[in-house]
Design a protein around this ligand. Structure first.
Ligand code: HEM
Length: 457
């Protein structure tokens, strides 16, 4: 695979014929699709086993003891790391390697770097999970895992920010790209801080667990500071087409990104209330910029997905606004662990996971060789259960952890099993999509290469 020429017009100094260019491009496209499926399958495995199953285990223990602090911090942090870095991080790298060079009309790059980044990223996240959960040889493994994750990301960043050919036309960056750049910068800062904290703990810490006050700020960085702008960027790129929305207000989106940055930097600095207002303002401005709740311009393109897809995308943004509002409430209350947990869950499950379920099942079948989604019904069931589980979890976490309604402790396991069923169905639907043969390789390659996957249908 890595032996494929990186410039497809010539090979070994001689110009290629149009047929040779087509064959080489087709082979390269196939290889890239297979690599994308590798990243996505890896992300799904992280999501299911070290992520969700450990999260459910933790929640069952919390519900059983009726105390939020009844689970070791290492197990909670291992769950969070598997979900954010193992699942969503692997998806971002895979989709980024596949789509960003196409969207930027870049020169083809050698695929060995995609393999190398996958190996380093997967080893880094796995070692981090093992060392958080089991704490063996952690003084060496913790910084080593953080270094592997950082190097993998740097390889990704160098590749997708690479050179564009002169002939690619207008060099002005579109507004959605700035949101993706903000997300990438957030991910870079997250990984640098992660490495710094790992070295600090390895040098003088008593355990590999991040101290609670640092962990809370770090979570704001990795969610609001990194994943949220990524989702805004790809929303601005794809939702106007998929949902038939009016064109995104680009400048307004940039204001949202700026407000979000203010909130994240403020939270990292240790302030609570003002950054929480900035984060809420950012998500409201981003929702307006995307024009999600305005009368659509055209009918939504729901061919190949369930017709409820536009409703769940809008619901995800409502969850993000709820997360921001809960953040303000938590920052204003004295004892607020349940409200913080509810805010984080509204963001990670309500917003991020719902968007990954929706957009993922919309674009990934096409990106993986123009396949069709295995089942649109399963897509609907997964999204419905995820929303119901999230609603139950967010409400019961506030009621139970805050001591407002004792019976809510017994709703928590129901919410955990509902969400676990949702993520399992989502994973099964995508994995079955990948193992099915694409309808027609030749036709699909032509469409992917020349029309671009984002143009759709
Ligand atoms: C089946 C679904 C899930 C269950 C049962 C679950 C359970 C939990 C539990 C019990 C905690 C401990 C804190 C608390 O009580 O709120 C927690 C924390 C966390 N969860 Fe989840 N979770 C689920 C899904 C997710 C997803 C989809 C994500 C991300 C995409 C996520 C990210 C996190 C993060 C970042 C933390 C904080 C970790 C830390 O304190 O360092 N969770 N989760």
């Amino acid at each position: 695979m890595s032996a494929l020429p990186t410039r497809i017009e010539t090979y070994a100094g001689r110009p290629l014929t149009p047929e040779e260019i087509f064959d080489i491009t087709a082979a390269r496209e196939n290889s890239l699709s297979r690599l994308l499926m590798l990243y996505i399958t890896t992300g799904l495995l992280f999501m299911l086993l070290p992520g969700t199953f450990l999260g459910v285990w933790n929640l069952l223990a919390i519900s059983d003891h009726r105390a939020a602090d009844s689970v070791a911090p290492g197990w909670i942090q291992a769950h969070g790391h598997a979900q954010i870095f193992g699942w969503i991080g692997s998806f971002i790298l895979g989709i980024g390697f596949y789509s960003i060079p196409k969207l930027r009309r870049m020169d083809p790059f050698g695929l060995s770097v995609v393999w190398a980044a996958w190996t380093l990223w997967t080893c880094g996240v796995t070692l981090r999970w093992l060392t958080s959960a089991y704490q063996r040889h952690w003084r060496v493994v913790l910084p080593f895992s953080a270094a592997l994750e950082l190097i993998a990301f740097l390889m990704f960043f160098k590749t997708v920010s690479g050179h564009r050919p002169q002939s690619s036309g207008n060099n002005k960056l579109e507004d959605w790209v700035f949101a993706v750049i903000a997300g990438s910068t957030g991910l870079l800062v997250t990984l640098l801080l992660n490495l710094g904290a790992a070295i600090f703990l390895a040098w003088g810490g008593a355990s590999p667990d991040l101290p609670a006050s640092f962990d809370q700020r770090f979570l704001v960085l990795e969610t609001w500071g990194c994943l949220v702008p990524f989702v805004w960027g790809f929303s601005a790129k794809w939702l106007p087409v998929f949902l038939g929305l009016r064109p995104t207000h680009g400048k307004m989106l940039l204001i949202a990104v700026a407000l979000n940055c203010v909130g994240v930097v403020g939270a990292l600095g240790g302030w609570l209330r003002t950054p929480a207002f900035a984060l809420l303002a950012g998500i409201i401005v981003a929702t307006c910029a995307l024009r999600l709740f305005e009368q659509p311009h055209r009918a939504a393109k729901v061919k190949g997905v369930h017709s409820s897809f536009p409703i769940f995308v809008r619901l995800a943004y409502i969850w993000a606004i709820i997360a921001g509002w809960l953040g303000i409430w938590a920052a204003s209350a004295t004892y607020s662990s349940g409200i913080w947990g509810a805010s984080r869950h509204a963001l990670t499950v309500g917003f991020l996971a719902t968007m990954v379920f929706g957009i993922g099942q919309r674009v990934l079948p096409a990106f993986s060789g123009m396949r069709l989604l295995f089942s649109t019904q399963l897509m609907f069931v997964a999204m419905l259960l995820l929303s119901l589980g999230c609603l139950l979890r967010v409400s019961s976490e506030i009621l139970a952890y805050q001591g407002l309604f004792r019976s809510a402790w017994s709703w928590l396991p129901v919410s955990a099993v509902t969400e676990m069923t949702a993520v399992t169905i989502f994973a099964v639907n995508l994995l079955l999509t990948f193992v099915r043969q694409p309808p027609s390789q030749t036709m699909s390659l032509g469409k992917t290469m020349f029309a671009g996957p984002a143009r759709e249908d």
